[in-house]
Design a binder for this molecule. Sequence first.
Ligand SMILES: C[S@@+](CC[C@H](N)C(=O)[O-])C[C@H]1O[C@@H](n2cnc3c(N)ncnc32)[C@H](O)[C@@H]1O
Length: 227
Amino acid sequence: MKIQDLENKIVNDDCMNILVQLDDNSVDVVITDPPYGVREDEWDKEFDSRYKEWLGECLRVSKYGVLWFCSVSRMHYFIKEWFSVYRRVLIWVKPPGSVVHSAHIVNRLFYKFEPILVFDKGGIVGNCEKDVGVEFDWKEVNPLSSKEYNHPTVKPEELMAWLIRHFSKRGQLVLDPFCGTGTTCKVCKELGRRYVGIEKEEEFYKKALLNVERGCKKVVMGEVKLV
Ligand SMILES: C[S@@+](CC[C@H](N)C(=O)[O-])C[C@H]1O[C@@H](n2cnc3c(N)ncnc32)[C@H](O)[C@@H]1O
């Protein structure tokens, strides 16, 4: 399968069925929010048996590297296994009053942040436009209501825009193999990046198609604005 056939499309499939068919270095970067292995949802339960093949394939198909969301309690799995390409961690901070999910509470202490690991295979650190602003390596953004957005772990557009702008350039191809409701894809479209999304659940896939069609609510080109 040629990546050109998938460009600016979302595919309804298990990502491994697609990833194994792609050439090495065929997308510029992978930016993805995969299952964390901490939830009761069916789609989250394969984490332990599959996380190695998932990140292994993402690294193989990416030219520059991978941004990988994960849970605080599992981040060491990835750092230990891929230490040679692990470069840094970025942090999504949840402001006071955020929705608290039980999966993020340990000993009655709530994890107020989620890590995003940066794996640099060939220069993802430094792969950004010259005009991108200097920001901190953490970003405080309100989580979204799963009821309102019809997905239990939908990510905010502003958060994805922060990552996409700092780790890709306009015109580059971004792959999200666990695209859920299509947040990465719609923000890529808004920010002038090409995208490929893969989502195995038909319900979320259909929402992703609609969301990309409708476009972003909050993000404008080259700048992030809260409405
Ligand atoms: C954490 S969610 C991503 C949510 C997304 N960031 C959003 O904003 O909507 C992970 C998604 O991966 C999907 N998924 C799980 N295993 C998959 C697989 N093997 N291939 C493709 N998608 C998968 C799940 O259905 C789920 O929607």
